[in-house]
Write a protein that binds this ligand. Structure first.
Ligand code: 13P
Length: 255
């Protein structure tokens, strides 16, 4: 079965409720029955309003940017998958490098979050990727393997197929720099191959692999043509409806 492409806008810590609703309205207004899954990830405070608005706009799906692994309890400042499910979030970004880097999120925490998301029937968008130093010292594949192995260690084969893996080299995020097509192709091939070893080939072939890091409307079509890349995780450019729309539409020039 062909993997349906998916374009995710990670708004990070951007967007008041008012800005969120404006952005979604503009996006929806110009979005004509996309052949890709279109997902936006506004901040937590905007999710509920976005959910209410999106009930009339089912072509756009919602993602959260993070979650806690427990369903409820004394975890000040945290949000659980149960709450996300209640407001019809379909996806949740887990293990973004900014969370690993600035909020000391460990592979163990990422593993618990992925397992909890799956238990809540949320689709995890699991982020992995190497730093500049790791790439320079030839450790990219070791890092990808280690992050995948740890993050997925609690996920049996029967539950793996819906998981989305986002390859986001840390050095490409927000920098305007991207890997070459060959480098992305080789990382995506490595990821698919490793998922095949972790589970089996048919399972690995149903899992979607995204590229993220300095995606814009000029390079998106090129990235979407890369074998084993099934979509994009877009940061900065997803805050501008016209740029995000071009990225969504660049899929058409890719087939
Ligand atoms: P940029 O597209 O701004 O580089 O961010 C990528 C990212 O981190 C998406 O999760």
């Amino acid at each position: 079965m062909a993997r349906k492409p998916i374009i995710v806008g990670n708004w990070k810590m951007n967007g008041t409720v008012e800005e969120t609703l404006k952005l979604i309205t503009e996006l929806h207004h110009k979005l004509e029955s996309p052949e890709v899954d279109v997902v936006v990830a506004p901040p937590f405070t905007s999710l509920y309003s976005a959910y209410v608005m999106l009930q009339e706009m089912p072509t756009i799906k919602l993602a959260a940017q993070n979650m806690h692994w427990e369903a409820e309890g004394a975890y000040t400042g945290e949000i659980s998958g149960v709450f996300l499910k209640e407001i019809a979030c379909d996806y949740v970004i887990i293990g973004h490098s900014e969370r690993r880097q600035y909020f000391a999120e460990t592979d163990e925490a990422v593993c618990k979050k992925v397992a909890s998301a799956v238990a809540q029937e949320l689709i995890p968008i699991l982020c992995i990727g190497e730093t500049r130093d790791q790439r320079a010292s030839g450790k990219t594949e070791n890092v990808l393997e280690s992050q995948l192995k740890k993050a997925l260690s609690a996920i049996p084969m029967s539950e793996a197929k819906n998981i989305v893996v986002a390859y986001e080299p840390v050095w490409a995020i927000g920098s305007g720099e991207t890997p070459t097509e060959k480098e992305i192709e080789s990382a995506a091939y490595f990821i698919r191959n490793y998922l095949g070893r972790l589970y089996d080939a048919p399972t690995a072939n149903t899992m979607r692999i995204l590229y993220g890091g300095s995606v814009n409307s000029e390079n998106s079509g090129i990235f979407l043509r890369i074998p084993n890349i099934d979509g994009l995780l877009v940061g900065g450019a997803s805050l501008f409806p016209e740029k995000f729309l071009k990225i969504i539409e660049s899929r058409h020039s890719s087939s």
